[in-house]
Design a protein around this ligand. Sequence first.
Ligand code: C5P
Length: 224
Amino acid sequence: SPIKQDLAGQHWVITAGPTMEAIDPVRYISNHSSGKMGYALAASAVERGASVTLISGPVQITPPSGVMLVAVKSADEMLAACQQSMSTQADVFIGAAAVADFKMKTTTNQKMKKQSDKDEVTLTLVKNPDIIATLAQQKRAKVMVGFAAETQNVIEYAKSKLERKGLDIIIANDVSRSDIGFNQDENQVTVITKEKHWEPEKAAKSQLAKQLVNFIHEHSQSAD
Ligand code: C5P
């Protein structure tokens, strides 16, 4: 049977993948995020009729058909693209990107030269903006959903992240487990709101994405 188009008329904005922070014109700081979870969420929101903007750092996967892809590199670019796509308030924002915590304090237009008399080099880094916290404060979407990758006290840490960043839902996973999470096709998460916890069974990211989109939609209906 055809999939119910119950998200028709809604705008969902999803970030995915890593960010890439330039050191100089040829080098960068980044991380191993594959983008799989964010892309799977975008695919299932589109499948249910939402208009989806997928704001993605550099990844090796093909965007799901029907999404509006905005390709970015740095966290600053990702934040600007989010704000632009939510100049009118979106229904749902999901921050699935692994945003680099730090960027270079200053970047140069020239390649940094190797100084043969030096065995050490010092790079000065400064904090990146917290994209999701900024967007939550600006109320850019009715429902704000974040991810939390933790290695211990998963629920406790995720809960404090929910409050600190002003989110409605946080999706936590235990990245100390090698069978799930980063770069894997399967994931097991705990979904946390102010009122409840929910632990769906370990599943393929594409399957899990459908359950998560469903949960987010139901939560947003109950908040209306
Ligand atoms: O890295 P952290 O555990 O704080 O990430 C939690 C959530 O915040 C994730 O949804 C991530 O996409 C988002 N985040 C962000 N901007 C940052 C750091 C994290 O939007 N600079």
